[in-house]
Design a protein around this ligand. Structure first.
Ligand SMILES: Nc1ncnc2c1ncn2[C@@H]1O[C@H](COP(=O)(O)OP(=O)(O)OP(=O)(O)O)[C@@H](O)[C@H]1O
Length: 477
């Protein structure tokens, strides 16, 4: 009997198997319904002129100059402004001029520090109207929820490392590969088969402990609850958070990351429409990728973007399009559009492998003093990063020059990311952002009040042992 068969299937988290329907199916569903009970149910309060509205922002035009109908892909519409500040559809589709998105100093500069009592005790305002006293009692309810969120925020670790083990796939099972990973609570053991000099086999055990270990039975909903859900409320409290998935090609990074932004935006909208109702928060989405050290806008025909640093060493991504969104459907469309645009390529290791880092950002903004004529500024931000396959850095032999260059670039950025996380972990004053484009772009997510969640994805199979150990060593702090 194989070792796999002998084991009792000890797991850190006990839940129904989710992959039975979707696993082994490359077109598995990416957007699951969130079943979170922690945040009140979403209601459409029609805050922005209709749940089906979406706004596109860039720095050269005011944020509400564009308004798109989410029922069709956003880039096929341009919008002209009407009298009430909201747009109407226009036939001229590519009316957008490249904007300047300054991640810090323009519309993403943090609002001045608002103490929690200021933020929650003040009367709510409605766009263009005076504060309404009648809403005071409703606001008191919000206050207590917000206060509870404050308490929660101090409990959210600055860096959290979670390992997710996927099930064996069809190919691995067909090759009779064994599951060599045991998980118990937040620890795991890798059983590596080795050869002695006399060619007899022996098993070396490698043990690791992480903040959480999620076994092959854990669903995407549970991954969300363990990783991103605790961060969502603190985004409203001037926090910038990053969640990324690391691991070899085929280890489940995309499978793990894809549902997270949608689940997070659903909860963000719930909070905006409930706890923070009428407090002027707005949600913006942008989606870009870093491929070969260059930036491309996944929500604007993969338009090439450039990153600049201003005199105050603040990072700007020139031309990046952001969309103001107020309903989950629109966000889903944008994410689907971005994913479809994302580049994939062929290498010796995995034909479908993604060789780029995809970065989806959800930014919560608010106009200073509730003045809608002023561009809204970032209050908090949540970045989701689906990293390129970690073994790409070693991809130097059986591929062409282009693939080798890509591999070197990926290797550089993954190392730089690790260095930044190590520096954050050690509370070092200096964070080495400049190590790569990826870390430069993420600079503002690492400074100040930041949170980082790393999800290390591993394959259970004996054939992936070396890569799995590399991934776990990368994640080991
Ligand atoms: N936890 C899981 N449960 C069920 N199926 C999974 C799980 N993780 C991954 N898979 C499946 O494994 C396959 C590879 O996963 P995925 O594409 O997410 O890998 P990846 O790490 O993103 O690879 P790449 O770096 O090449 O993009 C997919 O078919 C996916 O559906």
């Amino acid at each position: 009997m194989s070792r796999q068969g002998q084991r009792s299937g000890a797991t850190g988290v006990h839940h129904n198997r989710q992959y039975s329907e979707h696993y082994l199916d490359a077109s598995s569903k990416w957007f699951n319904n969130s079943s979170s009970n922690h945040i009140p149910p979403l209601q459409d309060y029609n805050l922005y002129g209709g749940g089906g509205r979406m706004y596109r922002s860039n720095a050269q035009r005011s944020f509400n100059e564009y308004c798109l109908d989410p029922s069709t892909p956003p880039r096929s519409y341009a919008v002209k402004k009407n009298g009430n500040g909201y747009g109407e559809e226009d036939d001229s589709p590519r009316d957008f001029s490249p904007g300047l998105l300054d991640l810090h100093s323009f519309d993403t500069e943090l609002l001045p520090q608002i103490t929690s009592s200021n933020l929650y005790d003040s009367e709510p305002y409605i766009f263009g109207k005076q504060p309404v006293r009648a809403r005071a009692s409703e606001n008191n309810v919000s206050n207590s929820v917000a206060a509870a969120d404050n308490v929660k925020s101090s409990n959210v670790a600055k860096i959290k490392v979670v390992v997710r083990k996927r099930p064996l796939n069809k190919k691995e099972t067909a090759k009779h590969e064994e599951d060599i990973i045991d998980t118990v609570s937040n620890s795991l053991t890798v059983h590596e088969t080795k050869l002695k000099v006399d060619l007899t086999q022996y098993v070396e055990k490698h043990e690791f402990v992480f903040d959480a270990v999620l076994n092959e039975e854990v669903t995407n909903d549970e991954v969300y609850r363990e990783t991103v859900e605790p961060i969502v409320p603190i985004i409203f409290q001037r926090t910038k958070a990053t969640c990324f998935a690391y691991g070899q090609t085929g280890s489940g990074k995309t499978y793990t990351m894809k549902p997270l932004p949608l689940k997070a935006s659903r909860d963000i909208l719930r909070l905006m429409h409930h706890t923070y109702r009428n407090q002027g928060f707005q949600l913006f989405v942008s989606f870009f990728e870093i491929y070969g050290g260059k930036l491309f806008d996944l929500l604007n025909d993969r338009k090439k973007l450039c990153m600049r640093e201003d005199g105050k060493q603040q990072v700007c991504i020139v031309g990046l399009q952001e969309y103001r969104v107020s309903d989950v459907e629109t966000i889903k469309e944008l994410i689907e559009q971005g994913n479809a645009t994302r580049s994939t390529g062929t290498t010796g290791a995995n034909e479908e492998s993604s060789r780029s880092h995809a970065i989806l950002q959800l930014a919560i903004k608010r106009s200073v003093d509730g003045n809608v004529s002023k561009p809204p500024r970032v209050v908090g931000k949540l970045s989701f990063i689906d990293l390129a396959g970690s073994e790409r850095g070693a991809d130097t032999t059986d591929n062409d020059k282009q693939t080798r260059i890509e591999g070197a670039e990926i290797n550089k950025s993954l190392l730089a990311l690790k260095e930044c996380i190590r520096a954050l972990d050690n509370d070092q004053g200096h964070i080495p952002f400049r190590g790569s484009k990826l870390t430069e772009v993420l600079r503002d997510s690492f400074v100040g009040n930041s949170r980082t969640v790393m999800i290390s994805c591993i394959s259970p199979s004996s054939g992936s042992c070396e890569h799995t150990l590399n991934t776990l060593r990368y994640a080991d702090r």
